[in-house]
Design a protein around this ligand. Structure first.
Ligand code: HEM
Length: 228
């Protein structure tokens, strides 16, 4: 008899824990980033000052932009582990059913649950565009990393409505993805009862709607001239 040993983290339960832990890291980033973006309503000086402060967190203990690079590394590792665990789990689920159903069963689960994979791909493409737009400035009409307020205002100007549209689609994709992810994680952690499940569903929905509203407030404020 051949006995194969697999490290606990590579078991399906271990991989789901990786999804949950990395998901929590990413949600914490999303909440912090949304709160930071909302500072745009406090004016140009305050917003730019906040962005410069981000580059100095940890000083004088840590030199220069170290904290930012530590944060970036943590985010990148979390994203890669999240995608890696999701892909392994999906491939395992497929391997467990090598012959597909001859007749598709009626689609089950919420819209969010069925769009996790493509939603994840859209979010990935958005993040690449977003970094080239507002971090490096390569795709931004102003494109000056030292003037984030001016970059954001130029980005969502009314004649660039298609940029706002793309951001809106991406943020809604983040909302759906988060709603299902948070629901799954909360359901696993909380009471496995219909009441516990209802509560998990409600918390996940509130979190997703609040994040979507917070993120979309910025482009729409610029588009409508509230922020200029
Ligand atoms: C409409 C909503 C958003 C606005 C207005 C916005 C704005 C910005 C700005 C201005 C920066 C540059 C900050 C700086 O360098 O000082 C930035 C960076 C970033 N944003 Fe967003 N963002 C939005 C949505 C998102 C979403 C939904 C995600 C993730 C799914 C995201 C992920 C990031 C990341 C990873 C960075 C780079 C952080 C770094 O390493 O410096 N953003 N965003």
């Amino acid at each position: 008899m051949v006995v194969t040993t697999r490290s606990p983290i590579r078991s399906s339960v271990g991989l789901k824990a990786v999804m949950a832990v990395t998901g929590i890291v990413l949600v914490l980033f999303l909440i912090a980033h949304m709160l930071g973006n909302l500072k745009i309503f406090t004016g140009q000086t305050s917003f730019d000052h906040y962005a410069h402060w981000l580059r100095e967190i940890g000083a004088p203990l840590l030199p220069g932009v170290w904290f930012l690079w530590i944060l970036r590394t943590v985010l990148l590792v979390a994203v890669l582990a999240h995608i890696g665990a999701a892909t392994t789990l999906a491939l395992r689920a497929r391997a467990a059913r090598p012959v597909r159903y001859a007749h598709r069963r009626p689609v089950q689960g919420s819209y969010a649950a069925r769009t996790m994979r493509w939603g994840g791909v859209i979010i990935g493409l958005f993040v690449i565009y977003h970094l080239l737009d507002l971090t490096t400035g390569a795709l931004n009409p102003v494109g000056d990393p030292s003037r984030p307020y001016a970059n954001v205002v130029a980005d969502f100007a009314p004649d660039r409505w298609y940029v706002t549209l793309f951001y809106t689609l991406a943020v809604v994709a983040v909302g759906f993805h988060l709603r299902h992810g948070a629901f799954s994680a909360l359901r696993s952690l909380g009471q496995q009862t219909p009441r516990g499940e209802r509560r998990a569903r409600a918390v996940a929905l509130v979190l997703a709607v609040a994040l979507c509203a917070g993120y979309l407030a910025v482009p729409f404020a610029v588009l409508t001239g509230l922020v200029d």
